[in-house]
Ligand binder design. Structure first.
Ligand SMILES: *[C@@H]1O[C@H](CO)[C@@H](O)[C@H](O)[C@H]1NC(C)=O
Ligand SMILES: *[C@@H]1O[C@H](CO)[C@@H](O)[C@H](O)[C@H]1NC(C)=O
Ligand SMILES: *[C@@H]1O[C@H](CO)[C@@H](O)[C@H](O)[C@H]1NC(C)=O
Ligand SMILES: *[C@@H]1O[C@H](CO)[C@@H](O)[C@H](O)[C@H]1NC(C)=O
Ligand SMILES: *[C@@H]1O[C@H](CO)[C@@H](O)[C@H](O)[C@H]1NC(C)=O
Ligand SMILES: *[C@@H]1O[C@H](CO)[C@@H](O)[C@H](O)[C@H]1NC(C)=O
Ligand SMILES: *[C@@H]1O[C@H](CO)[C@@H](O)[C@H](O)[C@H]1NC(C)=O
Ligand SMILES: *[C@@H]1O[C@H](CO)[C@@H](O)[C@H](O)[C@H]1NC(C)=O
Length: 311
């Protein structure tokens, strides 16, 4: 069936086709290789749709930021966060692009809340911040027996051995002001002295809302609470990355010069794409995508002519 185009539409389509024939070949041949290689989000164990600042598992380092390398070998993605030459392995339970946060749980406590050499959960504050619901949770192991235990600490007790023999362990959140305001100064002082008699302690971050301390009558299942993990916000030149994405770029990092880089269709830029070159190509692409029927054609021509008047 022949298409009967109205004269103005015929003119528009001629212009559009010439425009596309002239523009598209040059744009295709100049797509930057790193832009292309970073353009599809990647998969890592339990996580999908990952992008900057993460990399690992075959995803090139230049598509991410050096600090945010993921280990994707097991069933759950892991990240090692280094601070003062001390690395802590975290399970990455969730990633949220929009708020730049990841939910992590310390690997060492996942299967055993009483590890032989408990690690503390330090982070590097240059690259991560704790979310507001995160608080320091101190675990006290091997505390003195209280005999018939009726103290306020009873609900905070946890068991290290399944057989129930290693029972004198407690958690306490010194920074939980809401809970601690229910205790008098004398009681707090007594608790501090009592914990001084425990064999060892470790302080790790936890999600405060996973450790509900209701008037020291109900408390958390420590194992479950630690498995909820806590949120960290990443700090990987986030504001640069937003600017880069806004102009159609892909965030990355140039390991050679140790700096943030914005990969654009034509080439990498230090901060963001040159708006002229890239929005141009971007519009061509989106216009071609809607080039499916006559209405789409007319719309494409409209977009292209609009664009033409800007360039
Ligand atoms: C992009 O990925 C391809 C295929 O994995 C690889 O051969 C090529 O070297 C990569 N390009 C760059 C610039 O890393
Ligand atoms: C992250 O954002 C990109 C778009 O910016 C989206 O395609 C992707 O699905 C998001 N990933 C996750 C895990 O939300
Ligand atoms: C835990 O305590 C350490 C040392 O006082 C502090 O640097 C850190 O910010 C605290 N963590 C949280 C989640 O408040
Ligand atoms: C514990 O309580 C029981 C009965 O309530 C009592 O017989 C026992 O003497 C108490 N033991 C200690 C160490 O207080
Ligand atoms: C943990 O134990 C050390 C020494 O055993 C002690 O100095 C420290 O105050 C304890 N930490 C907390 C939070 O109770
Ligand atoms: C805590 O519980 C005790 C007894 O169960 C009660 O007398 C007290 O008023 C409660 N305190 C608060 C702050 O709810
Ligand atoms: C805590 O939760 C774990 C995992 O759900 C469960 O196996 C364990 O029995 C619970 N412990 C207590 C004391 O309820
Ligand atoms: C990106 O962040 C790092 C660490 O915060 C900082 O040293 C660097 O200057 C930032 N990059 C740029 C281009 O400003």
């Amino acid at each position: 069936m022949a298409l009967h185009l109205s004269p103005d539409l015929r003119l528009f389509s001629t212009i559009a086709i010439i425009f596309i024939l002239v523009q598209v070949p040059t744009s295709v041949s100049t797509i930057d290789a790193k832009y292309e290689n970073c353009s599809t989000p990647f998969l890592c164990a339990n996580l999908e749709n990952l992008e900057y600042p993460f990399w690992g598992a075959g995803r090139p380092e230049y598509c991410g930021h050096p600090v945010y390398e993921l280990n994707c070998q097991g069933e759950v993605a892991e990240i090692t966060i280094m601070a003062n030459n001390y690395g802590v392995i975290y399970r990455v339970l969730e990633v949220n692009n929009d708020s730049w946060t990841l939910t992590v749980a310390i690997e060492d406590y996942w299967d055993n809340i009483c590890p032989r050499s408990p690690v503390t959960g330090t982070i590097d504050p240059r690259f991560f911040n704790y979310a507001s619901d995160t608080e320091n949770v101190t675990l006290y192991y091997g505390c003195p027996s209280l005999g018939n235990d009726t103290s306020v600490l009873l609900p905070l007790k946890f068991n290290c051995s399944p057989e129930g023999t290693d029972i004198n362990n407690y958690y306490f959140i010194w920074g939980d002001d809401a809970a601690n305001s229910m205790l008098t100064g004398h009681v707090i002082a007594a608790i501090r002295i009592y914990f001084g008699g425990c064999v060892r302690n470790v302080t790790i971050p936890g999600r405060l809302s996973a450790f509900p301390i209701l008037n020291y009558t109900a408390a958390a299942n420590v194992s479950e609470a630690l498995r909820e993990g806590f949120d960290l916000q990443w700090n990987a030149n986030n504001s640069f990355c937003d600017k880069c994405k806004n102009l159609g770029g892909l965030c990355g990092y140039d390991p050679d010069i140790d700096e943030f880089t914005c990969y654009c269709r034509d080439k990498p830029y230090p901060l963001t794409c040159s708006s002229k070159g890239t929005s141009h190509l971007y519009f061509i692409t989106s216009a071609s995508l809607s080039f499916r029927n006559i209405t789409g054609l007319r719309f494409s021509i409209f977009l292209i002519l609009m664009l033409y008047s800007f360039v």
